[in-house]
Design a protein around this ligand. Structure first.
Ligand SMILES: N[C@@H](CCC(=O)N[C@@H](CS)C(=O)NCC(=O)O)C(=O)O
Length: 372
């Protein structure tokens, strides 16, 4: 299996593209602010939410190396499904339909291994970076997860000649350090009675280098991430396949630092509102009309608009946001389905079906909590 013949002719160009997109600055987490000897600090904001509103800019910890989720284009723009979730939160917070990068929100690339310490150190306000919700991350790492925006599973990317997971008995498997992927790999191979040797590396940049140099036989990761990377890598190393095995559950979920319920609520309700918008048929195109004259009471509640002209807004949700926050979020990025289609759907290079991420009404797991 080792010693494949690589197509080197196109390597330089593809590698430069991937390397360029993968490069990120080293992050040095600062210790979390501790206050001054327990003295009361009356001027300190009560919640991170107040701090963000005062600052006027939302800081999102994101990925810039995973196509479709958070990926830096050759033009230097970071785009993707997770990035749109960040933009939606900024729109909701700052009451604007077109939040601008650098003004309303900042994208802070962060690698897998340091994402939680960076969150604790206050380097960003919300982690929207293909991050799996697990018990130890919520317990030990101090993350408060909000609403799962992508139900994923772990998969194995292999050269096309590898037919099944059993062919990987004794193989070297590349994996990103500090991920659930690293832990699940061991469990899954043990379950299957297969031997393997892990090669844990910092990021996809290093993994791709190792893979093309035959230092590993296969690469494991979130299926969605591998689906985006496979076509790019295949241009260099030849045909690649993602095996059918679903090695784990990976509920990818935006998270905040625990202990700040108001801020966690904002991230939850914006993320949830995007799904509800899809359920109710509210889109980027029709949101302004629906806000003006809602088709149903449910839409009126989502958009913070009166249903009938002489009515008050009928939902006092009590969140620390304007009633109309979802109008701005939907106008900025569209509903959940529109975000999915734009970055991951069948018309993109990644070409994912909705699968588990279909609405519950279509047999999927995306189910919005009511605005009521
Ligand atoms: N969802 C998993 C994996 C997240 C993760 O970091 N995935 C890797 C690959 S599966 C990644 O995004 N790598 C990009 C990079 O570090 O360059 C987790 O939360 O631990």
């Amino acid at each position: 299996m080792r010693g494949r013949i690589w197509k080197v002719a196109t390597f330089a160009a593809v590698f430069a593209l991937v390397l360029g997109a993968c490069t990120r600055e080293e992050t040095q987490p600062e210790p979390a602010p501790t206050g001054t000897n327990g003295q009361a600090q009356p001027e300190a904001p009560a919640s991170l939410l107040d701090e963000i509103l005062e600052r006027g800019t939302l800081r999102c910890g994101i990925n810039n190396t995973v196509p479709g989720f958070g990926f830096e284009t050759t033009g230097g723009q970071i785009e993707g499904f997770d990035i749109d979730h960040c933009v939606a939160i900024a729109a909701a917070l700052f009451g604007t339909d077109s939040p601008e990068e650098g003004t309303h929100y900042e994208l802070i690339p962060i690698d897998a291994d340091t994402r939680f310490s960076a969150l604790r150190a206050g380097e960003f306000d919300v982690l929207v970076r293909n991050t799996t919700w697990t018990s130890s991350r919520e317990g030990t790492e101090g993350v408060q997860f909000t609403k799962t925006n992508f139900f994923d599973g772990q998969a194995m990317l292999v050269p096309a000649e590898v037919g099944a997971i059993d062919d990987l008995d004794g193989a070297v498997i590349c994996v990103t350090a500090g991920t659930t992927t690293e832990l699940n790999l061991a469990d899954y191979f043990q379950e299957q009675g297969l031997d393997f040797e892990p090669l844990a590396l910092e990021d996809y940049d290093q993994i791709f280098t190792a893979f093309r140099r035959d230092r590993c036989d296969a690469v494991t990761g979130d299926r969605s991430a591998l689906a985006g990377l496979a076509p790019i890598w295949a241009e260099d190393v030849g045909e690649l396949t993602i095996l059918e095995d679903v090695m784990s559950k990976e509920p990818l979920t935006p998270g905040v630092l625990e202990g700040d319920a108001d801020w966690a609520d904002v991230v939850f309700w914006v993320t949830n509102g995007l799904v509800l918008a899809e359920e109710l048929g509210v889109t980027q195109d029709n949101v302004a009309d629906e806000a003006e004259d809602p088709s149903t009471p449910g839409i009126a509640a989502l958009l913070g608009a009166p249903f009938a002209e002489d009515e008050e807004v009928n939902v006092a949700h009590g969140l620390e946001l304007e009633d109309t926050f979802m109008q701005n979020a939907i106008a900025a990025v569209g509903n959940y389905g529109e975000i999915f289609d734009r970055h991951l759907g069948p018309d993109t290079d990644i070409g994912l079906e909705r699968g588990l991420n279909a609405l519950w009404t279509d047999g999927g797991l995306q189910y919005a909590i009511p605005f009521r």
